[in-house]
Ligand binder design. Structure first.
Ligand SMILES: Cc1cc2nc3c(=O)[nH]c(=O)nc-3n(C[C@H](O)[C@H](O)[C@H](O)COP(=O)(O)OP(=O)(O)OC[C@H]3O[C@@H](n4cnc5c(N)ncnc54)[C@H](O)[C@@H]3O)c2cc1C
Length: 483
């Protein structure tokens, strides 16, 4: 029994609009709706769209007996992680969760079906003056974040996105539907907080909510010669004792062909995205990140903003239908390390600056000590960061480009850049093994970066809940546990 048999069974059991074949308009529309063209270049034989948790269970029961004969599948949330093959699969079956819908707000929490996007969640919560830790972009899916860590506007105060999940509804390899929370299946609960798509198909995420009014924030653009001063300000802010738990700051160095052509800014620019998550206008703590001069005044968007508005602004910054990739690493908050990284980035930029459609950026975002401390308070995860003795800085390398013929040069350039930065940080004693799964690319090892103990724990949990290794063998995309 092979993939073909699985597809025949799906066709018999479900209507045609849930089993989409290549060439059908709805198939093309779904397959072209990934964030990155690298994912859309992959063409599954069939896209299956379950409408309920029960249908996910039926799917797993159909495919399970065929795995030995080679049947494979991918699990897709919103398709916003640009890692090729993490949520799509060539010539096999993509289990697309888009039709699992529903957002229920209850006292202190919100229950979110796996096919929703954060923007819709924020819309619902804003009616009651509530917030939740979710993606900064409203267009992002739930699963990619809530199974991998997850950074939000409120991270400094509320912790990682995954640490704010209080219950996962999961369909296991057996087809059984279980809850994973602090009381029921607590080992699975912990494993899902960072373990990605390795344990089951999560159909619902129950998350804690908090009161959240409008807050101050936005973006500021400036010239790259001021970036070293911004690095100093960032390190100063995240390393000072009693750093504010209301700030969320990302500083980036980037080049965008569009700005180079449109505004004649043919150079790398600085971009700060800075937020203070209380209703306080122009909070002094953000001044070093927003008041630099000169800046590109017409692009300054600092203002009082709602969660919904902030997430819409972030979504608008993303491109669609173009080639996109992320890579990442982590370091200690050391000025010399950050400055060296930005110099290495500037050198790498010269190699890719002329590629058509290029956006090339290095974003430095803190993992403040207060965020890391929350992990224990909220029940633990597998990221291996709780023992960090202070804040950390994540480096995200984000790239967009137009042509497939440029894939190799841009990916190789950035892989080399990453190696140089890791080597430099290691020499300075400021390297940190952790790699964020959600921002990782082929060749990186986020699961290994959680540390041997956490990896072994994840392997044990997998053997317990998925003894035949369905999610290891039959779901090859993403980052696996036994490699
Ligand atoms: C503009 C922009 C802003 C962003 N902002 C943030 C941010 O603020 N914070 C942050 O942390 N990241 C951010 N990201 C990264 C982005 O949120 C992620 O890449 C995220 O993974 C997207 O989730 P998704 O559900 O769409 O993932 P998909 O691409 O659908 O899937 C990603 C992985 O998760 C697995 N998966 C997804 N859903 C499930 C499920 N229900 N059950 C089992 N496995 C599942 C898939 O198999 C796949 O391996 C941003 C990205 C962009 C483009």
């Amino acid at each position: 029994m092979s993939t073909r048999d699985v597809i025949e069974k799906l066709e018999k059991a479900f209507p045609a609009d849930q089993v989409l074949f290549k060439g059908v308009e709805a198939y093309e529309e779904r397959n072209n709706s990934y964030l990155s063209q690298l994912e859309s270049d992959i063409t599954p034989r069939v896209i299956f769209l379950p409408k309920s948790t029960k249908e996910v269970s039926e799917f797993l029961k159909i495919i399970k007996p065929c795995v030995g004969d080679g049947a494979r599948f991918a699990i897709r949330g919103a398709g916003q992680q640009p890692l090729p093959g993490c949520a799509n699969i060539q010539d096999e079956i993509t289990l697309d969760l888009a039709l699992l819908s529903g957002i229920q707000v209850s006292k202190g929490g919100v229950s979110i079906a796996a096919g929703e996007r954060w923007g819709a969640v924020y819309n619902e919560l804003s009616k009651d003056g509530l917030g939740v830790t979710g993606a900064r972009s409203g267009n992002n899916g739930i699963g990619g974040l809530a199974l991998s860590g997850g950074l939000s506007f409120f991270g400094s105060r509320e912790g990682f996105v995954c640490d704010n999940v209080v219950n996962y509804e999961v369909v296991l390899a057996s087809g059984d539907i279980v809850n994973a929370n602090a009381k029921e299946n607590p080992d699975l609960f912990k494993a899902l907080r960072g373990g990605g798509n390795n344990f089951g198909v999560v159909t619902k995420f129950d998350m804690r909510t908090f009161t959240q009014g409008p807050f101050w924030g936005g973006a500021v653009f400036y010239f790259a010669d001021q970036f070293p001063t911004q690095v100093e300000a960032l390190v100063n802010e995240v390393t000072r004792p009693n750093a504010s738990e209301e700030t969320h700051i990302m500083i980036s160095l980037f080049f965008a062909e569009e700005l180079a052509k449109g505004m004649g800014l043919n150079q790398a620019l600085g971009l700060n995205q800075a937020y203070y998550t209380q209703e306080v206008e122009k909070p002094p703590v953000l001044e070093p990140f927003v008041a630099m001069q000169p800046q590109i005044e017409q692009l300054n968007s600092m203002r009082m903003i709602t969660l919904k508005g902030a997430a819409e602004e972030q979504a608008a910054m993303a491109r669609t239908g173009v080639r996109c990739a992320y890579m990442n690493t982590t370091v200690k908050p050391d000025v010399a390390t950050l400055k060296a990284a930005s110099e290495l980035f500037s050198a790498a930029l010269e190699k890719v600056k002329d590629l058509e459609g290029i956006v090339y950026s290095l974003t430095m975002q803190p993992y403040p000590a207060s965020l890391l401390k929350k992990t224990d308070e909220l029940g633990g995860n597998v990221l291996g960061l709780e023992s960090a003795t202070g804040s950390l800085i994540s480096f995200l390398f984000l790239m967009y480009w137009k042509n497939r013929s440029d894939d190799q040069v841009i990916l190789k350039t950035t892989q080399e850049l990453l190696d140089q930065i890791d080597t430099d940080a290691a020499a300075r004693g400021t390297a940190v093994p952790y790699k964020y799964l959600n921002y990782a690319f082929t060749g990186q090892d986020p699961i290994g970066s959680y540390g041997a103990e956490n990896k072994e724990f994840l392997q044990r949990v997998s053997e317990k809940y998925d003894p035949e290794g369905l999610f290891q063998k039959a779901v090859p995309g993403g980052f696996k546990l036994f490699t």
